[in-house]
Design a protein. Structure first.
Length: 576
């Protein structure tokens, strides 16, 4: 493999810039929950590496000057992180330096050279006390040809990388300064703590509460599999048929490509999980206004999306509701993720179930219709023939999750004209063969929709996705499932005695889970529930009792649920 070594190192020194300290922003907190470090002794391994062509007119000196100007004007490029009193803080340094590496290569010089340099810059992790920018210039035949930048993703998101690099390239050619953005991460942190920021946070939390109180606690309340040795698997699908079908339906209904894929994915996910609805997290850029669109820093966070696919509405209306639901998800992603985590813990306590939100949808850029070839409508037979060209390929596997969160399924919609799909899954919940069905199922739903099928139940059937199998021990509670046998074992473990039973159902005909306990003294129901919730241990196949009952004595037939229901009840409480 070819390697690259710099031919020169140039120190880019900054003095007299703004120095400041502030709490981390919501964007910082969100990305750190996904990829963060625990303390200042650890390092971040989540890097961005990109390269940009430099037009004629630049010199190495003008590139150095532009980098220096960008460093001076953008606080995020001079930010380090300090852990104090149990929380992370952003510390903007007013002076310091980075090293610009120069790579002299002969002609011809192409993207392959820049890619090698980017790999070199991203090959090392980031200490939290190091500025989050590494930079290089590739000189071809004596002329700067590429600017290569690497950034610490915990501090700088992809939008910021592109904006900074493009401004450096422009300033290098025009021999001018890089204009700093008027809104900096410290300003963002101060806004978020203000009355206006807290009001926005509360509005978002109301949306999160509404969704998480009604949606299934998990889309993965299903039997788990023995995971592959490389547990997290990545598949990619390139489908000309999907792309053609999406463009046809997009033109017909005037809807974005990403929303149509989202609606189809919701049908497929609900079918696999055996649900009437789909709940997912959605990646959101949170650049909601002019100031934030220009901010250099990190703003990306997760919103929560919920769609009822069992309402009986036709696919055209379901897709419109997916558009509205995704809009709410993006709008209310602008909030404190630590507050969302606390809300999830509160609702886990109330619902007696682990809320995992392990299904994630990411459409980083919507394709504009004028950017892609149209080609007009195709016949059903033409679309069917196109499916023969679909390619689903393995694209890697890892023993551990690439993120720290409870990630079980991650679907990414690409923004090229062929709308590639990428699916990363935990094979403990979604085996590789089910992953393939999932991707092809989205294609089949969209092809059928393009050919006029509107009935959502029929589209779910057409998808060909095999619902996750559940044995006789599984019972349904509203739009959720629970393994009754496993939940009984959990309850008896918590109760610490065989004189306990978990009974499903009641004389009223509902499917409540009632935990019975025969004990010599009155139990502490709140403590029982607290221990039960902790014992869930992020499992989505088990639930705590909905009601706890202390009975006088163990029935003669302790395996008979009717006998427990007929036992003398001394006290009862839901433990909440």
């Amino acid at each position: 493999m070819r390697t690259m070594e710099p031919t020169a190192h140039v120190r880019v020194r900054v003095t007299g810039a703004r120095a400041a300290s502030a709490p981390t922003t919501w964007g910082h907190r969100a990305i750190w929950l996904w990829h963060g470090v625990a303390d200042e002794t650890e390092e971040a391994h989540f890097n961005n590496g990109e390269w940009f062509r430099i037009p004629a007119g630049a010199t190495v000196d003008s590139v150095v000057g532009a980098v220096q100007s960008a460093l001076h004007g953008h606080d995020a490029l001079r930010t380090t992180f300090h852990h104090e009193e149990g929380a992370w803080h952003q510390v903007v340094e007013g002076a310091g330096e980075v090293t610009l590496e120069v790579y002299e290569v002969g002609e011809p010089c192409d993207d392959a050279v820049a890619r090698l340099v980017a790999g070199r810059l991203t090959g090392q992790p980031w200490p939290v006390r190091q500025w989050p920018l590494r930079v290089a210039v590739v000189v071809c035949g004596g002329v700067p040809a590429y600017l290569v930048v690497a950034t610490n993703r915990l501090a700088i998101d992809g939008k910021s990388v592109a904006a900074v690099a493009e401004s450096i390239v422009t300033a290098s050619v025009t021999h001018t300064s890089v204009a700093p953005a008027p809104w900096q991460p410290v300003d963002e942190a101060l806004f978020e703590q203000s009355a206006e920021g807290q009001a926005a946070n509360e509005r978002a939390l109301r949306h999160w509460r509404e969704v998480l109180s009604t949606a299934p606690p998990s889309m993965f309340d299903l039997p788990m599999h023995e995971p592959d040795a490389l547990r997290f698997h990545l598949l990619k699908m390139d489908s000309p048929a999907l792309a053609a079908a999406v463009r046809m339906v997009s033109r017909r209904w005037r809807m974005s490509h990403s929303v149509l894929v989202l609606a189809a994915a919701s049908i497929v996910l609900a079918r696999y999980a055996g649900h009437d609805s789909a709940v997912m997290q959605m990646m959101s850029g949170n650049r909601l206004d002019r100031l934030r669109r220009a901010l250099v820093g990190t703003l990306t966070a997760e919103g929560v999306y919920y769609l009822d696919v069992g309402s009986g509405a036709p696919f055209s209306e379901l897709a419109r509701e997916a558009f509205r639901a995704s809009g709410r998800a993006h709008r209310f992603a602008f909030c404190d993720p630590h507050a969302v985590a606390a809300l999830r813990a509160e609702l886990e306590w109330q619902r007696g179930a682990h809320i995992d939100l392990g299904a994630v949808y990411n459409a980083p850029q919507q394709t504009r219709s004028q950017d892609v070839p149209d080609g007009g409508d195709l016949s059903e037979s033409d679309l069917t023939d196109l499916t023969e060209s679909t390619v689903v390929k393995d694209d890697g596997a890892w023993p551990r999750s690439p993120a720290q969160l409870d990630l079980r399924l991650y679907l990414r919609t690409g923004h090229r004209h062929d709308i590639p799909l990428t699916l990363l899954s935990d094979t403990k919940y979604v085996p590789v063969e089910a992953m393939r069905e999932f991707l092809v199922g989205i294609e089949r739903v969209m092809v059928a929709a393009a050919c006029g099928t509107e009935d959502v139940d029929q589209l779910a059937e057409v998808s060909g996705v095999t619902p996750a199998p559940r044995g006789p021990a599984w019972i349904r509670r509203d739009d959720a499932w629970v393994d009754l046998t496993a939940s009984r074992r959990l309850w008896q473990h918590v109760a610490g005695t065989d004189a306990a039973a978990l009974v499903a159902g009641s004389s009223a005909g509902d499917n409540r889970l009632v935990g019975y306990l025969a004990a010599p003294g009155r139990p502490d129901f709140h403590q029982l529930h607290r221990v039960c919730v902790k014992a869930l241990n992020e499992r989505s196949d088990v639930r705590t009792p909905d009601l706890y009952r202390w009975v006088a004595k163990t029935p003669v037939e302790p395996t008979d649920p009717v006998a427990w229901r007929e036992a003398q009840v001394l006290a009862e409480h839901d433990g909440r």
